[in-house]
Design a protein around this ligand. Structure first.
Ligand code: CUA
Length: 160
């Protein structure tokens, strides 16, 4: 019996080591991380959240900006049922950091075929960076149910 216990214990230990290794590999080598939550935008007394967001940089100038050679940043406002802006254009091979916030309810921010997959919470700034190597049109979807026209809440990233 003791032999079996030893076998089971070592198999269990090996599985743990394997899973921890897979986790470390994903986080450190593949750089798969949870979307970071940057700052929180809180409206003043009696102020509407949308008004507060539109006053707060970088959301006061929504859209794509170049921050350094090959690096871009996009400030995007999510609201039922659209993204503002709905289209982002960048050159192939560049890195794009998405800074996204919602002004009403929780939305999703998902670009199939990339690692961009975030939840967008009202007043919270969600951050995610992705390098777009291949030219093409990448579809952006809201994948968090947000009401009647949720299925129409789409956008795109055009990589040239
Ligand atoms: Cu926004 Cu679903």
């Amino acid at each position: 019996m003791e032999v079996y216990e030893k076998i089971f214990a070592s198999v269990a230990a090996a599985i743990l080591v394997l899973f921890l290794g897979a986790l470390a590999y994903g986080a450190l080598v593949l750089k798969i991380n949870l979307p970071g939550h940057g700052e929180v935008i809180s409206p003043g007394p009696g102020e509407n959240l949308a008004v507060a967001v539109l006053k707060t940089p970088p959301f006061n100038t929504p859209g794509v900006k170049q921050v350094s050679p090959g690096k871009y940043e996009a400030a995007i406002m999510a609201q039922a049922w659209s993204f503002m802006p709905a289209e982002m254009d960048i050159p192939a091979g560049s890195e794009l950091t998405f800074k996204v916030t919602s002004v009403d309810v929780t939305h999703g921010f998902f670009i199939p075929g990339t690692t961009v997959n975030m939840m967008v919470i009202p007043g919270h700034v969600s951050l995610e960076t992705y390098r777009f190597e291949k030219p093409g049109t990448y579809l952006l979807l809201c994948h968090e149910y947000c009401g009647m026209l949720h299925h129409t809440m789409v956008g795109k990233v055009v990589v040239k």
